[in-house]
Ligand binder design. Structure first.
Ligand code: MF3
Ligand code: CO
Ligand code: CO
Length: 286
């Protein structure tokens, strides 16, 4: 006979009493569902830490919103955010992360994500740009990004930015406690397709908080699998990348980071860090 791989992520530490919370998870695990490991359930202290980190991260995005304009270089945005985060006692998580050379990611038009800020890259009227910022404060990570429209853009790009935002909101609604993470991508892809858009598959959302990238992966498309059960106390991002044209992407060979649409059509992305509660998601990066 064939033995399926049994993953037992949840166990009761020796000498510890079983709580109702433990029982609920064990029942799901025994039914064959993939449940989180205990370390993915944040303690109240950890949640407070991530929340404080989120306040600075949101402050940084608000600072960008107040200052971003045509004629500005993406390096200028990078410096502004870097100085802000450091002035608040935080550290920009992207700087030197796996060799990334700057403090934030700036991704314009056909750039999907992980664009590297540069003195030579000047914002132009009609550009759409994603600014993705991650802050570390006292060891706690908060990760969020927004789209900005430079001046006035054409209606097609404006709609893409709007629908990408809706995709994040719809993904957020689909994330219910004690249900599979796979429901998020199903709902998001359905909404994108309704508008003739596609969802990038090569990059996903992620657990976050005690590290930059933790389990689980949060896919933004319909994988036709359940994945991990979302349990109150988990903290993760949703960050759908929505393409106007085809979903295919490639990585710039020269810098090894910049993700670009294969057909060079525009792409848009919004991201928040969320806490799962018994009532659904709470945004930690508002
Ligand atoms: N902030 C991105 C995310 O949402 C990750 C950027 S990694 C970097 O997961 F190295 F490119 F900065
Ligand atoms: Co992220
Ligand atoms: Co991010």
């Amino acid at each position: 006979m064939v033995q399926r791989k049994i993953t037992r992520n949840w166990s009761i530490p020796k000498g510890q009493e079983m709580t109702d919370f433990d029982k609920k998870i064990l029942i799901l695990q025994n039914a064959g569902k993939l449940v989180p490991k205990r370390q993915l359930i944040k303690t109240p202290e950890q949640i407070e830490g991530i929340r404080r980190s989120g306040v600075i991260n949101t402050g940084a995005l608000d600072l960008v919103a107040a200052n971003i304009k045509a004629g500005m270089s993406t390096a200028e945005i990078d410096r502004m955010v870097h100085d802000f985060i450091v002035s608040k006692g935080g550290v920009p998580a992207c700087l030197n992360y796996e060799g990334f050379p700057k403090s934030i990611c700036t991704s314009i038009n056909e750039v999907v994500c992980h664009g590297i800020p540069s003195e030579d890259e000047i914002l132009e009227e009609g550009d759409i740009i994603n600014v993705d910022i991650t802050t570390i404060l006292d060891g706690y990570f908060a990760d969020a990004s927004r789209m900005f429209i430079i001046g006035k853009t054409d209606p097609e790009k404006e709609k893409l930015v709007q629908v990408a935002k809706e995709c994040l909101e719809i993904g957020m609604q689909a994330a219910k406690p004690w249900t599979p993470v796979g429901n998020i991508g199903k709902a998001i892809e359905k909404h994108a397709r309704k508008h003739g858009y596609t969802i990038v598959r090569e990059l996903c959302g992620h657990g976050v908080g005690n590290a930059f990238h933790e389990a689980p992966d949060v896919d933004h498309y319909n994988t036709h699998t359940d994945g991990m059960i979302l349990v109150p106390g988990m903290v993760f991002t949703i960050e759908p990348m929505v393409n106007m044209g085809m979903r295919d992407v490639f990585i710039d060979e020269e810098d090894g980071w910049t993700v670009v649409t294969e057909d060079e059509m525009p792409s848009a992305q919004w991201e928040h860090t969320f806490l799962m509660t018994e009532d659904g998601l709470e945004i930690l990066t508002y």
